[in-house]
Design a protein. Structure first.
Length: 95
């Protein structure tokens, strides 16, 4: 589902610079801004994922212990749950 966003009080200089960036990429201003928002959302999700992995790996200590799960397994599982929530294995013990 999509929603409509409205941003008010954008300075002309900012609008002009964004429109120029869009033109240089052969995009409409809307397509360019949507790509910017998607990249920012991806960045936020990645930061959240890294924070969760860090918590899982170190369990609140100063580093991963000998029984810490494999980071690549945790990443793969988290990505699968994010991208394919209906087909991702749940409750699987990794480590």
């Amino acid at each position: 589902m999509t929603v409509v966003l409205t941003i008010r009080d954008v300075p002309e200089e900012v609008r002009d610079l964004l429109a120029q960036q869009a033109r240089e990429r052969g995009q409409s201003l809307q397509a360019y801004l949507l790509a910017v928002l998607n990249r920012q959302a991806d960045f936020c999700r990645n930061r959240q994922l890294l924070a969760e992995l860090s918590d899982e790996l170190d369990g609140g200590s100063s580093g991963a212990g000998p029984t810490a799960p494999n980071a690549s397994d945790l990443l793969a599982r988290s990505r699968a749950e994010r991208d394919f929530p209906d087909s991702a294995p749940s409750g699987r013990d990794v480590g």
